[in-house]
Design a protein around this ligand. Structure first.
Ligand SMILES: Cc1cc2nc3c(=O)[nH]c(=O)nc-3n(C[C@H](O)[C@H](O)[C@H](O)COP(=O)(O)O)c2cc1C
Length: 339
């Protein structure tokens, strides 16, 4: 190591902090092997491996999961998120665009194509809005909305549990699968289906993977949980709090996807956005490495926290995530618990 002016200070810190830095073997992360031998550090302009996802080029396998729009601070947050997606070559789902079906008042909250550039950008509606559109014969309104946003397609979120807990929630008259099939029949634009924080079991995943969807987003259990959130919103308890604890984690859902890919032949959708409770880039990297489908990982809450302030803060957050992913790609391989 070269001598530099701060060297003495650093050497002293090494002596003083050596005791504090002891880590018990019990804490070892068993998901990875650490292979320090074969790579140089990522150079300044070198990112993680780029990938083709949803028919476009992503410079890193990182997705901004659907969140907001149509309320005070949403425009600022969305513009930060979208700028980051455009700058770092990622992909993004819009928050529920339901208000745009009624009026253009909040159009600018969602009008993010200029910032996202040519990266994947998907509009978002709940399954209840899809059901209603077929009931009222107003599917064209949805087509117009997707087209006015210059979105690549539409994410349909499934949230029957949340809607049930929500006092003003929409109860479904048909199964979500029936409405999804009708939307697929229309063949208007690419469709993605997601949950919002409780994930889905193997039977639902298999049914979705056998349909001509562009992708499936997990919205898995283990992070933001909208049934819980609705319970928190209510002054009076509806009861059944424990229903918010039912669901499937992203780790579980990756293993269902792998099992389905192994066992089933007629798979039509095998691109996956692994989201819901993805704690950090290392967790996301592990999930993507373990998943046998073409996948990226997505985060909502973590992105929201980072994007609430100024753009510089969000830019730094994404820069650090991406630098971390490059390091992981270079020095980590799947370990004892990896498949
Ligand atoms: C503030 C907020 C608003 C959200 N709104 C939507 C939405 O409109 N549509 C949707 O599909 N998901 C929505 N979600 C769910 C997220 O897309 C994601 O599935 C969920 O938060 C789990 O990811 P996380 O644990 O990384 O937060 C929202 C999440 C947050 C935090």
């Amino acid at each position: 190591m070269d001598h530099d002016p701060s060297s003495e200070e650093r050497k002293l810190a090494h002596i003083n902090l050596a005791m504090e830095s002891q880590i018990s073997g019990v804490l070892k992360d068993k998901r990875f092997n650490y292979e320090p031998l074969f790579e140089a550090h990522p150079s300044e302009n070198e990112g993680p491996k780029s990938l083709n996802f949803l028919g476009k080029n992503l410079l890193a396998g990182l997705w901004v999961s659907s969140m907001t729009g149509g309320t005070g601070p949403a425009r600022h947050i969305n513009q930060n998120l979208a700028r980051g997606v455009g700058e770092f070559g990622l992909g993004m789902g819009l928050g529920s665009c339901r208000s745009l079906l009624e009026s253009d008042k909040f159009f600018d909250d969602f009008n993010l194509r200029p910032l996202v550039k040519d990266q994947p950008l998907y509009a978002n509606l709940g399954i209840a809005q899809i059901e209603k559109a077929f009931e009222n014969g107003s599917w064209e309104k949805i087509e117009r909305m997707v087209s006015s946003l210059k979105a690549d397609g539409l994410i349909i979120h499934l949230n029957p549990m949340q809607e049930w807990f929500q006092p003003e929630g929409d109860l479904l008259k048909r199964s979500p699968l029936e409405s999804i099939d009708k939307a697929l029949e229309k063949n208007s634009f690419p469709l993605i289906v997601k949950e919002v924080g409780q994930g889905m079991g193997p039977k639902s995943l298999k049914a979705l993977m056998k349909r001509k969807l562009k992708a499936i987003e997990f919205g898995a259990f283990g992070g933001t949980n909208f049934s819980r959130l609705e319970q928190l919103r209510q002054k009076e308890e509806k009861g059944f709090r424990e229903l918010a604890l039912v669901g499937h984690t992203a780790d579980e859902m990756v293993s269902y996807v792998n099992q389905i890919l192994k066992e089933e032949k007629d798979i039509l959708c095998s691109e996956i956005i692994i989201s819901g409770g993805v704690q950090n880039a290392l967790h996301g990297h592990h999930l993507v490495q373990t998943c046998k489908a073409n996948s990226v990982y997505g985060q909502a809450k973590a992105m929201l926290i980072a994007a609430q302030g100024d753009y510089k803060t969000f830019e730094l957050f994404l820069k650090n995530q991406i630098e971390g992913l490059s390091m992981m790609e270079k020095y980590l391989t799947s370990g004892a618990n990896g498949e």
